[in-house]
Design a protein around this ligand. Structure first.
Ligand code: PBG
Length: 339
């Protein structure tokens, strides 16, 4: 913990002295971003040789599996440790209970298998949640009044996580915000001998309007319509509750925890890191990415500088890593600047 030493009075202390030259700015720099900190979220769809632009996320594509392999190769080559997969599935496969999520020959398990076969050293993370698979776009199973059923949903999430583990995924990341899901998934994985499959819990996940472009990307926006996720995702007004969520996930066996969204929730990231000292990740979500891209496209912000400043902010706030759609661009820039 930092002990604050009040500076001697001016002119004995001049804080500008260390800032005067690049060498001393480098010497006193407190936080650094590295390619090791990056997790790259990607959207995958069926087909061959398809790269389909996501309208609200300039530069982000939905890739067919063959094209995704090229992206994976690029991640490996750049030194990005982990790829995070999100499916955009055919609407005809969506059902009220989202059972396609647990289909062993579904899109995600197939892509996981291909990735682990072709690039065994690249980490693969899969999202555990039903929203890309439900006809109503919610993350869980509904009762007759439209309320999300907790235990029934967890039962399906267990099947989804087991299917992903069976396919060889390295990290399962439940993003659904049901109560008790981390412990239930951990127990089910252990029972099947998947003791090495890690869990990254979306622990403090807020009911945020910054997810809008993502819902376009996975095709859940139209299904969700005007309804919201307020009965399971957290209220943006709450801070203490985030610590309770994280504490519960740690007790249930989470290996890594996450705060989401990113920049608007840096206070929560700092709280979580300080309170638990866990490997702690931030998700710079689709809306944050879209804002920066849109402003840069208009010439209102310097794209690369704002991208790097936003990523560094997560490190300063205590994050161990960042899920970011900028991962490839940031890794390329860091490589250029280091040589
Ligand atoms: C699914 C999920 C969402 C995101 C990641 N996993 C959307 C949501 O909860 O509605 C959002 C990611 C982003 O906006 O980039 N449960």
């Amino acid at each position: 913990m930092t002990r604050f030493i009040p500076p001697a009075d001016f002119p004995n202390t001049r804080l500008r002295r260390n800032r005067r030259d690049e060498f001393s700015r480098r010497l006193v720099r407190e936080n650094r971003l590295s390619t090791d900190d990056l997790i790259y979220p990607v959207f995958v769809r069926e087909g061959e040789k398809v790269q389909e632009q996501v309208g609200s996320m300039p530069g982000v594509m939905r890739y067919s599996p063959d094209e995704l392999m090229r992206v994976a190769e690029q991640c490996l080559e750049l030194g990005i440790p982990v790829l995070s997969l999100f499916p955009s599935i055919d609407p005809s496969l969506k059902t009220p209970d989202g059972s396609e999520a647990a289909n062993p020959s579904g899109l995600i398990p197939r892509v996981v298998g291909m990735l682990k076969q072709q690039f065994p050293e690249l980490g693969v993370l899969t999202d555990v949640a039903l929203d890309p698979y439900t006809s109503h776009g919610q993350d869980g199973i509904l009762d007759n009044d439209g309320h999300i059923l907790n235990e029934e949903t967890v039962a399906m999430l267990i099947r989804q996580a087991q299917t992903q583990a069976q396919a060889g995924v390295d990290i399962v990341a439940p993003s659904d915000m049901m109560d008790g899901r981390i412990g239930s998934i951990r127990a089910a994985l252990d029972k099947d001998q998947f003791i090495h499959t890690r869990t990254m819990a979306y622990s403090a996940k807020y009911a945020s309007a910054f997810y809008g472009p993502f819902r376009d990307a996975v095709g859940s926006a139209a299904n969700l319509g005007r309804s919201n996720k307020n009965t399971y995702q957290m209220d943006p007004a709450n801070r203490n509750e985030a610590l309770r969520e994280v504490a519960a996930d740690i007790r249930e066996g989470a290996d890594m925890v996450m705060v989401k969204p990113g920049l608007p929730y840096l206070d929560i990231l700092r709280d979580v890191k300080d309170a638990f000292g866990m490997p702690t990740y931030a998700y710079q979500v689709s809306g944050e990415y879209a804002m920066i891209k849109a402003a840069a496209q208009n010439g209102w912000l310097d794209h690369d500088k704002v991208m790097m400043e936003s990523l560094l902010a997560f490190k300063r706030a205590g994050g161990d890593g960042i899920l970011t759609y900028f991962a490839i661009e940031a890794a390329k820039l860091m490589r250029e600047q280091n040589c």
